[in-house]
Ligand binder design. Structure first.
Ligand code: IMP
Length: 197
């Protein structure tokens, strides 16, 4: 479980008025954990070609960094689903926006997700992928908000278990903003600004 750093509220350029971020997981710690995750995955599949499936767009930095740590034969493909609107609460509805480019039949698949929240997205994806008969199907998530789970799913590999707070950075967004922050941060609103939005 990630502990809240005591007082690391950060003022950054590029933040919208009324929004601020607090570093939850510094970039360096993410990179260290990625190396460990890659080792764990390679321990399970030492010689297998791995086909990573990234769930856009939150996965981009995570997938790129993990792929380079994995070594061996690695390919990847991307999928896009919509589950969140512009706010911080899920609609609970999952829609396929972009399907995979190539078949996954007979392949060792690692689904790469930024964050596991209610689990509804992952449940939808796993059902879809299982029907396509991969050889192995595993899931790696960078962040797991375990307290928010609705669907009965779990990831095989978890980077960090985090508290129930809305996070941005390292690929994660709020209304498409803040994906480019290097650290994983908690997004904070000043109460007046939130009331207006
Ligand atoms: P789930 O279906 O509720 O598990 O949500 C999965 C998706 O919701 C993730 O892939 C993210 O795109 C988004 N999401 C959930 N929690 C957060 C968050 O704290 N910050 C940004 N996106 C989130």
């Amino acid at each position: 479980m990630v502990q809240h750093p005591k007082s690391r509220s950060t003022v950054r350029r590029g933040l919208r008025h009324g929004e601020s971020v607090r570093v939850l997981i510094p970039h360096k710690r993410v990179q260290t954990r990625l190396r460990q995750l890659a080792k764990e995955i390679r321990r399970e599949f030492p010689d297998e070609p791995l086909h990573l499936i990234g769930v856009l767009k939150g996965c981009v930095f995570f997938l790129a960094d993990l792929a380079r740590e994995l070594g061996g034969e690695v390919s990847f493909d991307f999928m896009s689903v919509s589950s969140y609107g512009k706010g911080t609460d899920s609609s609970g509805e999952v829609k396929l926006v972009k399907d995979l480019d190539v078949s996954i039949e007979g392949k060792t698949i690692i689904v790469v997700e930024d964050i596991l929240d209610t689990g509804l997205t992952l449940k939808y994806l796993l059902r879809l992928f299982e029907e396509r008969k991969p050889k192995h199907l595993r899931v790696v998530v960078l962040l797991d908000k375990i307290d928010r789970r609705i669907a009965d799913v779990r990831a095989d590999y978890v980077g960090f278990t985090i508290p129930n707070e809305f996070v941005v950075g390292y690929g994660l967004d709020f209304a498409e903003r803040y994906r480019n922050l290097a650290d994983v941060c908690v997004l904070q609103f000043d109460s007046k600004a939130k009331a207006k939005s």
